[in-house]
Design a protein around this ligand. Structure first.
Ligand SMILES: Nc1ncnc2c1ncn2[C@@H]1O[C@H](COP(=O)(O)OP(=O)(O)OP(=O)(O)O)[C@@H](O)[C@H]1O
Length: 646
């Protein structure tokens, strides 16, 4: 159903638009509906209601019905034009303040504050008194320029909030320009507010004009509903029993106000699809089986990467000398406790790190291209096309007021695919790939479940067939069953398309099941890397062993699991030796806490940063540490024979 169809399916739209239409038609067809001129004085004063004079006559013999019809014209004109000008000012100033920030925001905010503290009606009265006699336009100008401030404040706050929303950040990340972000991402989300602003300002215009006319400040020679009230009051209509002279223009103003309010609600509902009733149920995804491609040389290569957050209390070194390769088509899992630097690594490697975060040292290349050296424009071209990203709770990156279809198209359009047929075909193909029925392309995000939205985000990430997708806890916000389904689909899709995936999670047991290779991170460093099955069967680092123990096994009886006692070291401090030393049940004092950390290769695919595998450390010392009371069982024999320090 299109937006207009949905709008007109609501009773309040029909009633509101109906009232407005009646008032408009009254004004437009006034010459057809009455034979009299509203200013003609040809009749007797205070004539009663009759078939000739439906609403009688005024104190000076004008036909009141003719005045009511012609009065609708100017009243509507004042309301709509003042509403439009005030809204345009509110939108322009509110959005400029929010988007540009800095001194522009300060100046506009000061102006808003000044206009808000000035008492409205006295200001309008004074301004109108100065401009008196110039017809209806001075009134419109005065009302517009005194009625924008409240709307500007509300729109500014809304735009500030929207600017921080994930879908706007995602649009920035995907390379959309400021114009597109303001007009396509932010403004549609403010449609309800802008409409409310317009109808509020229009109502303020109508009421101000009526109020000004009623107290005789406007141009009382004009025929508006306000001037009708003025003359009715001035000539004692109620004393003469001609109550309809007061009631009819009053009713006109009330009807106009009601119609504006009803339309405002209806448009607000259209702008916020979440408010509307009716939604579709999530269909179950279909599953398909695919084959695995063989990984070859590194696609993503991270070399000695150091990343820090520069704070007032020093630099938090969140990623320390990390080197990691990802082969084409490989599914690399990255695991570690909360705060160990996984997200920082992902953000830094994909150039999404914001200050105070900064890459302090090292290199990152994707298919041989130095990612850290790319200009913002080069980065824009590469992002989504060469690599894409799916982050924690990334379903929030979906703009709530845009249909899924438009959002799937966005990344493709930003990279030059504009042909609607191609866009449609690709969108359908992507939906099939991630297991969503095609008709959901025309849904709004709120009509989809969390899992479904996450699939959409994954479909968007796949849109331009990138070589690599970085996924940072993409399923943490979902329940376990949906999480597992999505992970299986991710795995199948990457096998089918041959893309590489870096998958970040706390959940090591899940990772060993999904990944080709797993890297374990601790306190900013990669402490172990190995093929998933090998890491599962023979975890070498005491931290990996304890981490494995903290999770339930994938098969077999349920057992109580233990956490790892202690805390990781503060990343703002200098760490001497092994960062896991204080928590390690197998540590070797005098070695692990003294020697600079080194990585040892157990075989070509398995490396570990632990001195238990250092060939220069005496086997006796290792044996006693490995078999210390409370230490996990470790088969050093299988590994001490393969030492090779990096
Ligand atoms: N803006 C910041 N300023 C200062 N320190 C920060 C900032 N952001 C993150 N850190 C610190 O950097 C370290 C790594 O954080 P990061 O979010 O990368 O860890 P993580 O392993 O992804 O954690 P989680 O799994 O909880 O997302 C943490 O110690 C964190 O406190």
């Amino acid at each position: 159903m299109s937006g207009v169809q949905r709008l007109f399916s609501q009773p309040r739209t029909i009633i509101g638009a109906g009232f407005l239409l009646i008032l408009l038609l009254m004004g437009l067809f006034a010459p057809l509906l009455t034979p009299y001129n509203p200013n003609s004085l040809e009749f007797d004063a205070f004539m009663p209601l009759s078939s000739k004079h439906l609403l009688g006559t005024t104190a000076i013999g004008q036909d009141i019905f003719a005045q009511l019809l012609y009065g609708a014209r100017l009243t509507l004109l004042v309301g709509s034009v003042a509403g439009l000008i005030a809204t345009a000012l509110s939108v322009a100033l509110g959005l400029s303040a929010a988007y540009l920030g800095g001194w522009v925001d300060e100046v506009i905010n000061a102006l808003i504050n000044v206009f808000l503290v000035l008492p409205g009606l006295p200001l309008v009265i004074i301004a109108s008194a100065f401009l008196r006699g110039g017809g209806v336009w001075p009134v419109i100008v005065v009302i517009s320029f005194t009625g924008w401030a409240w709307g500007a404040r509300v729109l500014r706050s809304q735009a500030l909030a929207l600017r921080e929303r994930d879908f706007v950040q995602a649009a920035v990340a995907s390379g959309e320009g400021p114009g597109r972000i303001i007009f396509m991402e932010i403004l549609p989300n403010m449609a309800g507010l802008i409409a409310a602003n317009f109808f509020g300002a229009a109502l303020y215009g109508v009421l101000s004009e009526a109020g000004l006319s009623f107290i005789g400040v406007g141009d009382v020679s004009l025929v508006t509903w306000g001037t009708m009230l003025y003359w009715a009051q001035a000539k004692g209509a109620l004393l003469q029993g001609a109550w309809w002279w007061v009631a009819m223009p009053g009713l006109g103003i009330a009807l106009l106000g009601t119609s504006f309010a009803l339309l405002n609600f209806a448009i607000d509902e259209l702008g916020n699809p979440r408010l509307s009733r009716g939604g579709k149920k999530m269909p179950r995804p279909a599953k398909t089986a695919f084959s695995t491609p063989a990984p070859s040389e590194a696609l993503l290569s991270i070399q000695h990467l150091d990343v820090g957050y520069v704070t007032r209390n020093g630099t938090v070194r969140a990623v320390r000398n990390v080197s990691l390769d990802v082969a084409p088509g490989e599914f690399l899992g990255l695991a570690g406790e909360s705060g160990c630097g996984k997200s920082t690594l992902a953000f830094a490697a994909t150039r999404l790190l914001d200050p105070p975060g900064a890459v302090l040292d090292g290199a990152v290349s994707l298919a041989g291209r130095d990612l850290l050296a790319l200009t913002p424009e080069q980065l824009r071209q590469v992002r989504w096309k060469e690599f894409s990203l799916v982050f924690q709770a990334s379903m929030n990156v979906l703009n709530p007021v845009l249909k899924i279809r438009e959002q799937v198209y966005d990344a493709m359009q930003a990279h030059g695919i504009t042909d609607k047929v191609k866009l449609d075909a690709r969108a359908r193909e992507l939906f099939r790939l991630v297991g969503i029925r095609e008709e959901y392309l025309d849904s709004y995000p709120h009509q989809l479940s969390g899992g479904m939205k996450q699939r959409v985000v994954i479909a968007i990430a796949l849109a331009l067939e990138p070589k690599l997708i970085v996924m940072d806890e993409p399923t943490t916000a979902l329940d376990v069953v949906v999480q597992r389904q999505i992970l299986q689909e991710i795995s199948e899709v990457r096998r089918r398309l041959g893309i590489s995936i870096v998958f970040i999670t706390h959940d090591l047991s899940l990772l060993v099941e999904m990944s080709d290779r797993v890297a374990i991170m601790y306190a900013g460093e990669i402490v172990e890397q190995a093929p998933a099955h090998e890491l599962y069967a023979q975890p070498a680092h005491p931290y990996t062993q304890q981490l494995m123990n903290a999770f339930p096994p994938m098969t077999g009886a349920r057992e109580r699991r233990s956490g790892i006692p202690g805390r990781p070291p503060a990343l703002s401090e200098t760490i001497t030796g092994c960062p896991f030393f204080a928590r390690c049940t197998k540590h070797m004092p005098g070695i692990c806490d003294v020697k600079p950390l080194q990585t040892f290769e157990l075989n070509a695919a398995h490396s570990v940063a632990c001195f238990l595998y250092d060939p220069t450390v005496s086997p006796a010392l290792k044996e006693s540490a490995a078999h210390r009371v409370g230490a996990e069982e470790v088969n050093l024999e299988s590994v001490v024979s393969l030492p090779h320090a990096n």
